[in-house]
Design a protein around this ligand. Structure first.
Ligand code: AMP
Ligand code: MG
Length: 379
């Protein structure tokens, strides 16, 4: 068990002495939260079973949900994985360091406590300079899931980590706001055809350009309780604010059925000033009527909107998530906005579908989870 009520040291990730201290903590089996280019991670020595057990205790994470092992040198893959297929090497060369996690069969040195009892291991080389420095300086491979309390939105700022983890972990390295804002793409390379277990910044199209055919775990695109996701973590409710989230989507712009998980080919028509697309107008009207209804009943509401449409909502809390056609502006803001819904005490939250961009599949995967798959279609 992690010591609850320990004094958490909070330091800048750019401070050399802080990295040294954090490295020492990791070597001693303690917990350090640190920035990566995707979200903040909660790290422990991946090869020390007692250390990784503390991660589960601090997060309240179910013990069958394995951790990703973060490395700083590709040599580590050969120490951790039983075999390294050619396609894994191609992906490592193309996307590392970066937001791609690969699943390979594990070697014995990786404890069951790190892999949730699976005989496979998830490995990633992050590109964030603080993460890189910490892995190198500590000399340990760092097992790290997102540094949030289990079920809450992942942290994209050190403040989010402090909210969830202060007094539960040894140290937090503050690296400011992260760049991508949603977790890494996970690709399973243990089967015949590489399979995406979690969509992310690296899209199916980008992967296929390097290694040919890539499939997608169906359980992550179909909310069918009988389909068991291959990444154990994907079965849990996630990212959810306390209020009830509903997505309002135009039937005309649904790209979720496009199992490409990348909306790269779908470009919104250009929006002229003062002119809303008819499909957006229907969504706006529906959300405004839902907000009016709940406000009349005395509930606090919030709207998650793209920048272009934000001026047309009649709600006290219109939260602008980014520009409709720029995926990274949305992914970078999404979790902070879901957390903001809690800060303002929103009881009913209505969101536009955020699928009209190159990260549409990955973003909608998170938003649908936050909404418990509650979607209203308008036409
Ligand atoms: P987090 O870092 O919080 O995003 O959680 C790590 C994610 O990676 C979870 O969804 C896990 O289920 C998934 N994962 C980690 N290791 C494995 C593995 N060996 N096989 C499949 N999924 C994994
Ligand atoms: Mg997580």
């Amino acid at each position: 068990m992690a010591d609850i009520n320990i004094k958490t040291i909070i330091s800048s990730g750019n401070d050399e002495a802080a990295i040294e201290k954090a490295s020492e903590i990791l070597r001693q089996g303690g917990l350090v939260a640190f920035p990566t280019e995707t979200v903040y991670g909660l790290g422990a020595d991946a090869l020390n079973e007692d250390a990784s057990a503390k991660i589960y205790a601090a997060k309240g994470r179910p013990s069958d949900n394995p951790l990703i092992v973060h490395i700083a040198d590709t040599k580590a893959v050969y120490e951790l994985a039983e075999s390294v297929p050619e396609k894994a090497v191609m992906l490592m060369e193309a996307f590392w360091p970066g937001p791609l996690t690969i699943i390979l069969n594990k070697k014995k040195i990786v404890p069951d406590g790190t892999t949730g009892g699976l005989n496979t291991v998830a490995i990633r080389m992050p590109s964030h300079p603080v993460a890189m420095k910490l892995i190198k300086e500590s000399g340990v491979y760092i097992a790290a899931p997102s540094a949030n309390t289990s079920g809450r939105p992942s942290p994209t700022l050190a403040e989010h980590v402090i909210e969830d983890m202060n007094g539960r972990i040894d140290m937090i390295l503050d690296g400011g706001v992260v760049g991508i804002g949603i977790e890494s793409t996970i690709v399973d390379l243990t089967g015949e055809i590489p399979t995406i277990l979690r969509p992310g910044y690296i899209t199916r199209k980008m992967l296929e350009e390097i290694i040919g055919d890539v499939s997608i775990d169906r359980a992550i695109i179909e909310p069918d309780p009988n389909l068991r996701p291959k990444a154990p973590g994907m079965k849990y409710t996630h990212y959810a604010p306390k209020g009830e989230v509903t997505i309002v989507e135009s039937e005309m712009t649904d790209v979720k059925e496009d199992h490409n998980l990348s909306a790269i080919d779908i470009k919104p028509e250009s929006i002229k000033e003062d002119e809303i697309r008819p499909t957006d107008k229907k969504v706006i009207d529906k959300i405004n009527s839902l907000v009016a209804e709940k406000t009349a009943q005395g509930f606090k509401t919030a709207v998650i909107a793209t920048k272009d449409n934000a001026p047309y909502y009649n709600c006290d809390n219109v939260l602008i998530v980014g520009e409709a056609d720029k995926g990274v502006t949305i992914s970078a803001n999404l979790y902070a906005i879901l957390r903001k819904c809690d800060t303002i005490g929103a009881e009913y939250i209505y969101s536009e579908a955020l699928n009209q961009n190159e990260l549409g599949g990955a973003i909608m995967n998170r938003l649908l989870k936050a909404a418990g798959h509650r979607v209203i279609k308008v036409n």
